[in-house]
Ligand binder design. Structure first.
Ligand code: MF3
Ligand code: CO
Ligand code: CO
Length: 275
């Protein structure tokens, strides 16, 4: 588990205890699962999360054909906002801890939290992650995919395919009674065997009626310790970020959000919300 003095997993650059670990942090809650706390699985929670996940997947289905060379990341963001609002739902990212847009679009060496901009026109050869999060009836659905724009280099394609496989391996490790650490134990060695590294500063997370709940889901190996046991009805994301080079990342000092590989090499990500 993350230490109270470690950097927060959300990428804010603050210590965990001052950020998502702070009691009553805005938009956060230590109760990931039904409020008031009750036995799992809670049927309302299950149904709420299924609906949120289903809509978020439909939103990805809608957006996918637009992720092509020539579109700007801001145009994608407009489509996300319009489709979400037209269906009566809420884009979770907008205003979240001051985030200015409705989704994240992360290109090439950007690991995550790329802010859509009209100046950023997508080009052939890029790898582009689109991360969507929607609030449906109070429940959060969160998922992302990395797209290959037109012809990309064989090296970029291999990285993206490996990252998709890493997510599937992580999902395959999910089973009632196991610890959350089983996920990173499945992903870490696989990614290294391909010559890549797993980002450590950002992780998956508990999710439910809050965006980022009380525990982290590391995508690398860590000793079995106080990390939670997976119980039926628990909901969390798996979202490995895989770097072509080394794992350290940096946060853009201007916008405070954009996370990039320190070495400037490529990074890919896929995300699902699990129940
Ligand atoms: N969707 C991201 C995640 O997987 C979080 C984005 S927060 C934002 O956790 F504010 F940058 F949008
Ligand atoms: Co997430
Ligand atoms: Co996400």
């Amino acid at each position: 588990m993350i230490g109270r003095n470690d950097a927060c997993w959300c990428g804010s650059g603050r210590k965990f205890k001052k950020c998502h670990g702070a009691p009553g942090a805005p938009g956060e809650d230590s109760a990931i699962t039904p409020k008031p706390a009750g036995p799992l699985p809670n049927p309302d929670h299950v149904e709420g999360m299924r609906r949120a996940g289903r809509f978020n997947g439909e939103l990805m289905d809608y957006i996918r054909p637009f992720v092509v060379p020539g579109v700007s990341s801001a145009q994608l963001d407009d489509l996300v906002r319009e489709y979400t609002l037209a269906h009566g739902h809420t884009p979770a990212c907008l205003g979240y801890r001051g985030y200015p847009k409705c989704c994240c679009v992360s290109v090439d060496e950007v690991v995550c939290h790329g802010i859509p901009s009209p100046l950023q026109v997508l080009r052939e050869g890029q790898i582009v992650n689109v991360d969507l999060t929607t609030i449906v009836n109070g429940y959060y659905g969160d998922s992302s995919e990395t797209f290959l724009l037109g012809e990309v280099s064989p090296a970029a394609r291999r990285l993206v395919e490996t990252t998709a496989e890493a997510l599937l391996l992580g999902i395959g490790a999910v089973r009632p009674g196991r610890r959350i650490s089983a996920i990173g134990a499945a992903i870490g060695p696989f990614v290294r065997s391909r010559g890549y590294s797993v980002v450590r500063e950002l992780t998956g997370h508990a999710i439910g009626r809050v965006f980022h709940g009380s525990f982290a889901v590391p995508h690398y190996e860590e000793p079995d310790g106080s990390n939670p046991v997976m119980k039926p009805g628990l909901t969390f994301t798996i979202e490995p970020m895989v770097n072509q080079g080394d794992w350290p990342v940096s946060i853009d000092s201007q916008d405070g959000w954009t996370v990039r590989t320190r070495d400037g090499r490529l990074s890919a990500q896929f995300e699902h919300t699990l129940l």
